[in-house]
Design a protein. Structure first.
Length: 404
């Protein structure tokens, strides 16, 4: 029997795959360590279980290589922004281009153990593609429900993996809620954004950051926030390690939202314990656009408890972040991923002490899966013939020489 625990009220109970929330407080739930099968963990220890998950994922027959994404030092931005130690965990190197693959591998690994041959998800694009890819990998019938305003480019990418794809008009929050009842009726395991197996997959990033950054420690971790499940999973991993006295300190966590849809950042700015659901929003062109984050209230609680931040950034800041990363560090990320840099810059202005801390930004996806927000610099495109190429290069290099 798969058992779960509520991090908020500490109640333990069997998992209901058609309502993966605490029946008492409605918050997302986490798998108990004993739930993990031997092929997921080589030890009964909670610490060993967490530390081995990403390694076991890489040798699992269902894996597409979703673990051990690179940790990169952002040296140019350190100099430009006057920062002591800035790093990035580049999840854009995942098989389908986003961090969602970490959760999807756990979903397809465990769905058959729960008795399902059909899986599904509700998504605005990234989780849809990931679920479709891993569903095919595992030989599971896959149903994808996407929002009515999802771009044609994203739909085309999802269709690459040939799932049952349904575009649904209507409120996205209501679609999320109805999916569970639809799953119960049609025996489809809808593994949505805060599914406990997805949360388990997101915890693996903590071990990788610690190993890759050693002997340094990530004093600050910054991630974009939509449903809240990704950041929640990472915080949970560090909480588990902290209870085992394996951490030198506990990181400061910063969650970043777009100011077009920022229910958590707005609740945080008002000092409220519960978010207020947002209605009738115009389309938001970023993946961080959930008007009613299902992990929101628990994430708020943890951010307050451990002195973190939730912050909203505007379109111009996200655009500038994406441009800086591409043109200073050679890393092209999704706009939602670029929000991490924008959010850290904004947060560091409010708390200058952050500039001296070792900071890890989590880039949740590659820019090739989204859109470029900044225009290409057309003035740097030159035309010439082979006969005149040498002279053009000499002229261009001469322009860059400093004057005496």
């Amino acid at each position: 029997m798969t058992k779960v625990e509520c991090l908020s009220c500490h109640q333990k109970f069997p998992l209901d795959p058609f309502f993966p929330f605490c029946p008492r407080c409605q918050n997302p739930v986490f798998l108990l360590p004993s739930t993990l099968s031997p092929k997921t963990s080589s030890s009964n220890s909670q610490d060993d279980s967490l530390l081995n998950q990403s390694q076991s994922s890489s040798i699992d027959n269902l894996s597409l290589g979703e673990s051990n994404t690179p940790l990169l030092r952002l040296s140019q931005l350190e100099k430009l922004l006057g920062l002591s130690s800035l790093w990035a965990k580049n999840e854009g190197q995942s098989p389908t281009g986003t961090f969602k693959d970490r959760g999807s591998i756990f979903v397809v690994r465990f769905a058959p153990e729960l008795g399902f041959q059909r899986i599904g998800t509700v998504s605005v694009g990234n989780m849809a593609a990931s679920t479709a890819a891993y569903g095919q990998r595992a030989g599971l019938e896959t149903y994808i429900l996407v929002r009515g305003d999802v771009q044609e480019k994203k739909l085309d990418f999802i269709q690459t993996y040939n799932p049952h794809l349904i575009q649904v008009e209507g409120d996205y929050g209501e679609l999320f809620e109805q999916s569970y009842e639809l799953g119960r009726r049609h025996n489809i395991y809808f593994a949505n954004s805060v599914d406990p197996f997805r949360l388990q997959g997101y915890q693996t990033i903590a071990k990788e950051i610690l190993n890759q950054l050693a002997p340094k420690f990530p004093e600050v971790i910054v991630a974009p926030v939509s449903s809240g499940g990704h950041l929640l999973g990472i915080i949970k991993a560090f909480l588990d390690l902290n209870t085992l006295n394996t951490l030198s300190c506990f990181p400061v966590f910063i969650g970043v939202q777009s100011d077009r849809c920022a229910p958590l950042a707005e609740a945080y700015s008002r000092g409220e314990e519960n978010l207020q659901r947002m209605y009738n929003l115009p389309p938001v062109p970023y993946a961080i656009s959930n008007p009613n984050p299902p992990a929101g209230n628990l994430l708020l609680k943890l951010i307050y408890q451990y002195n973190g931040y939730l912050i909203a950034v505007n379109d111009q800041e996200i655009q500038e972040g994406q441009k800086l990363l591409a043109q200073k560090e050679g890393i092209y990320v999704l706009p939602s991923a670029a929000a991490t840099l924008a959010g850290f810059i904004r947060c560091q202005q409010q708390d200058p002490s952050l500039a001296q801390k070792t900071t890890c930004l989590i880039f949740t996806g590659t820019g090739f899966r989204g859109q470029r927000l900044f225009p290409a610099e057309k003035n740097k495109l030159h035309h010439t013939s082979l006969d005149h190429l040498d002279g053009l290069l000499a002229k261009m290099i001469d322009k860059k020489k400093p004057e005496n």
